[in-house]
Design a protein around this ligand. Structure first.
Ligand SMILES: *[C@@H]1O[C@H](CO)[C@@H](O)[C@H](O)[C@H]1NC(C)=O
Ligand SMILES: *[C@@H]1O[C@H](CO)[C@@H](O)[C@H](O)[C@H]1NC(C)=O
Ligand SMILES: *[C@@H]1O[C@H](CO)[C@@H](O)[C@H](O)[C@H]1NC(C)=O
Ligand SMILES: *[C@@H]1O[C@H](CO)[C@@H](O)[C@H](O)[C@H]1NC(C)=O
Ligand SMILES: [Zn+2]
Length: 485
């Protein structure tokens, strides 16, 4: 089922965690952080922010919103998407739906679902083309090409990266920066290093025990790091992804609650729930039905969402906040926290059920078959299967023939782009949109249509078995459980 690869040994650690996407993470280390940053020279006006455990903007914890980021890794497929949607099926304090971020790898991904995920207000980010531990430049760049060509995501909205197996290196982060990404979210945070997101102008401040924080290692001005915040299990072992796999539903709920409380009753650093949806998805005839685990995770999520100052956000929304922090009471009115959808009378292939007949993109989705693989998309099927060297092959259809789909341009957002009509339905300041906000804890009500400027419009698998290893050893083991789904 899995193969173990031991890839490094160094440094003193007390205990460690093993994740499929992951390395061992020590609870305490002997290697001191060499990170230094002067907030007088590193200022947010210049897109620079020092790593800090304190809330941005000098806000007191009581005034600071508690963000929860739910993130998903690997391919987007139908059964996985249902699981993922269930995990952000909450209402934020301003009545807008909660949202999450999916780090997508390309193999086995259904691009029509990617588009629907994004159209609902969620974020898509880059997890490499074929889920490799040491990605080439093409492994990273091809994802952007494909998400744009086959899911109609504007290049400017693809901003994040997470390394497969959480196996990031200085070189990988360099590529991510070169390719214009705005953030990485791969580094792990345990206790002392529970930093709010920060820029890498002064290097990394997380995972310092590996040596990555040392001078001359990473220095990438303007690139943000959104650390992955771990959950400590009962043996005090940091669990990073798929926490629920390490214990019974009752156990993992308790560990997760304790970790959340540490954030919520502390400096309100964002709290993360990081999953491979496949582990919470019930498959027909599946052997170990995770239904009980899934229900426990959903109950935990709903309990968090019941708090008046807890917000389920995408990583991009979190970074918008970092750039201009406001009190929790003002968050709901920020532009990036709104939830509006276009008012379009007929279904266009944009990831939404425009005509409200219960079917998204009714009859408009292309099914592309290449013999051994297939994919679905609102855009043209390529003549051959996409590959790493040719992620967007020439289209099978000829321009000018019926049903030809046109790629989205830089000046349009996904939900306004009609690939068949070849036009952007929102190019002026008075596009008709409707809010999908509902009063919290109440039933949906009819909402009024309003006008907004285009900029405001709409929005802004691996099997991860976590095996806790609790050891007092002199050698740190980087253990990657490598498996591709
Ligand atoms: C969201 O929650 C509602 C109410 O509990 C439920 O009816 C609906 O099926 C859920 N949707 C998803 C996608 O899980
Ligand atoms: C992680 O990256 C290192 C350095 O590039 C590489 O040697 C190793 O094979 C990678 N591990 C995995 C699991 O891909
Ligand atoms: C297809 O044809 C339309 C109309 O002539 C044109 O606007 C569009 O740019 C063409 N698309 C491509 C990819 O050449
Ligand atoms: C819709 O707008 C009207 C007029 O501004 C207002 O009276 C009404 O309460 C609004 N309805 C909702 C559901 O917001
Ligand atoms: Zn992955």
């Amino acid at each position: 089922m899995k193969s173990l690869s031991i890839i490094a040994s160094l440094a003193l650690l007390i205990s460690s965690v093993v994740a499929q996407e992951g390395a061992t993470v020590p609870v305490t280390t002997s290697a001191p952080s060499t990170y230094t940053c002067d907030p007088n020279t590193c200022k947010i006006e210049n897109n620079c922010l020092c790593a800090s455990t304190s809330a941005p903007g000098g806000l007191s914890p009581a005034d600071t919103p508690q963000f929860v980021t739910v993130t998903y890794d690997d391919s987007i497929q139908e059964a996985l998407m249902a699981t993922a949607l269930g995990m952000v099926n909450v209402t934020n304090p301003n009545g807008c739906p909660g949202h999450g971020t999916w780090f997508v790898s390309m193999q086995y991904t259904d691009f029509s679902l990617v588009q629907q995920w994004y159209a609902a207000g969620n974020e898509v980010a880059d997890h490499t083309f074929s889920h490799v531990g040491t990605p080439s430049a093409e492994e990273i760049s091809s994802v952007k090409e494909m998400l744009n060509a086959y899911a109609g995501i504007p290049y400017s909205k693809i901003q994040g990266f997470r390394a497969p197996f959480l196996n990031y290196t200085k070189d990988t982060l360099g590529l991510v920066s070169q390719q214009g990404f705005k953030y990485d979210s791969t580094a792990s945070a345990v206790t002392d290093d529970m930093y709010w997101p920060y820029t890498l102008d002064n290097g990394l401040a997380n995972d310092c025990w590996t040596g990555i924080c040392a001078a001359g290692q990473v220095k990438l001005p303007g690139l943000w790091e959104i650390p992955m915040y771990s959950v400590l299990d009962k043996a005090n072992v940091p669990q990073l992804m798929d926490v629920y796999l390490a214990g019974t539903p009752a156990d993992t709920t308790q560990w997760s609650q304790a970790a959340f409380d540490k954030h919520y009753n502390g400096n309100r650093q964002p709290f993360g729930i990081y999953v491979h949806p496949t582990h919470l998805t019930t498959y027909p005839g599946g052997v170990d039905d995770p239904k009980e685990k899934f229900n426990a995770v959903i109950d935990f999520i709903k309990s968090l969402a019941a708090k008046p100052d807890v917000w389920f956000v995408t990583n991009q929304q979190l970074l918008e906040y970092m750039k201009k922090p406001v009190k929790a009471s003002e968050l709901g009115s920020q532009t990036y926290m709104q939830c509006q959808q276009p008012v379009i009378a007929q279904d266009i292939c944009n990831g939404l059920d425009d005509d409200h007949n219960g079917v998204i993109d009714n009859g408009l989705i292309n099914s592309c078959n290449f013999g051994t693989t297939s994919m679905k998309t609102c855009f043209n099927c390529p003549a051959t299967a996409p590959s790493l060297s040719n992620p967007v092959p020439a289209s099978a259809a000829q321009n000018g023939t019926a049903g030809y789909r046109n790629r989205i341009g830089d000046n349009c957002d996904t939900t306004w782009w009609d690939p068949i009509g070849n036009k952007c339905l929102c190019t002026t300041a008075d596009c008709e949109v409707k809010s999908v906000a509902v009063p919290k804890s109440e039933t949906p009500s009819t909402t009024n249509s309003t006008s907004v400027t285009p900029g405001d419009a709409v929005k802004d698998n691996g099997a991860a078995q976590i095996a806790g290893v609790s050891t007092a050893v002199m050698a740190a083991l980087f253990v990657g459980l490598s498996q591709l789904l």
